[in-house]
Design a protein around this ligand. Structure first.
Ligand code: RAM
Length: 306
């Protein structure tokens, strides 16, 4: 059996995908497969289509995609599947695929970020969200959860705006600056994207708002370490992106060798995760969940290197 597995991140040059796809390479080569990573430089809705088409022509065994849009890839994915290529998503889903390897439960991820900002701003006041690209399936699902949770559990917190930095560092930086000048009473920002939160922290760290306007969201410890140590950021969340890449690799292997089809109740093993867990079960709608989100702060951030 040959395991020819291609990873297609939202964008190249994103440290989050460098971590997930680097670990996936080790996993795939570890079980005797061939790994490649291809992808666009911009996290735009249809920027991944041409890469799917090329991988289909190359007849890879499986494509593992973090999607920039829930629908824009579906024609290309359908053609890949017609050609016998397995298509999975990881990190960010589409409406067309065999399986989705999710970082965590959508509710938990969304609510955790709201709980952190609520505590940091004392339970009331204005907040804004700095997201990734406007169509990103994962961020939009988390933002929906945040809105519902704010309404039900934090009536004194007002979400004044949702802006999009497109998982581009400079755009995210500029959007942070604009939010702060547009909303002088802003007390906090949630950025549920590793690129966004790092850019926002960089802006805040040298501004008059450092330590005054709270920032949390989803970040990598390596991007955020300096900002936690200098007091710009207190706490943020994420999962282990390396584990997500490894888990998606083993799911792709199991689809290629036919030991699973992605049906609910299918089971497969994954080796090399940072936890002791090896056994995974496919849930409803072909979704496999890695685990719970993890909260990073000054006490633990030095224990991580991704
Ligand atoms: C960015 C991407 C990715 C997301 C993380 C949290 O790197 O948008 O899809 O999962 O942030």
């Amino acid at each position: 059996m040959s395991y020819d597995i291609a990873f297609l991140p939202k964008n190249l040059g994103n440290p989050y995908f460098d971590a997930s796809d680097g670990a996936a390479k080790t996993a795939v080569e570890g079980f005797g497969g061939t790994f490649k990573e291809v992808g666009p430089t911009e996290a735009a809705p249809d920027a991944q289509v041409s890469f799917i088409n090329t991988l289909t022509q190359q007849q890879v065994g499986a494509i593992v995609i973090s999607a920039n849009d829930p629908d824009a890839l579906c024609d290309a994915i359908g053609q890949a599947q017609d050609a016998g290529v397995h298509v999975l998503t990881f990190d960010s889903d589409t409406n067309c695929r065999e399986m989705y390897i999710a970082a965590s439960n959508t509710e938990l991820i969304g609510q955790k970020q709201v709980d952190i900002i609520a505590e940091e701003i004392g339970g009331s006041g204005q907040i804004a969200i700095l997201s990734a690209s406007a169509n990103a399936t994962n961020q939009n699902a988390w933002i929906d959860v945040m809105k519902a949770y704010l309404a039900s559990d934090y009536p004194d917190i007002e979400l004044v705006d949702v802006v999009y930095g497109d998982d581009d560092d400079q755009t995210s930086y500029d959007k942070t600056e604009a939010l702060l000048s547009q909303y002088p009473d802003l007390k906090g920002i949630i950025s549920p994207t590793t690129v966004g939160i790092a850019a926002a922290a960089r802006y805040l760290s040298t501004s008059e708002y450092k330590g005054q306007v709270m920032l949390t969201g989803l970040g990598t410890p390596n991007d955020m370490r300096d900002y936690v140590k200098d007091g710009t950021v207190q706490e943020f969340a994420l999962w282990n992106p390396e584990d997500l890449g490894i888990l998606a690799s083993w799911a792709a292997k199991a689809l290629i060798d036919g030991s699973i089809t992605g049906a609910e109740g299918d089971t497969f093993t994954a080796e090399g995760l940072s936890s002791d867990v090896t056994d995974f079960t496919v849930g409803a709608d072909g979704i496999v969940v890695l685990g719970d989100p993890y909260v990073f702060n000054a006490d633990n951030i030095d224990n991580f290197n991704f």
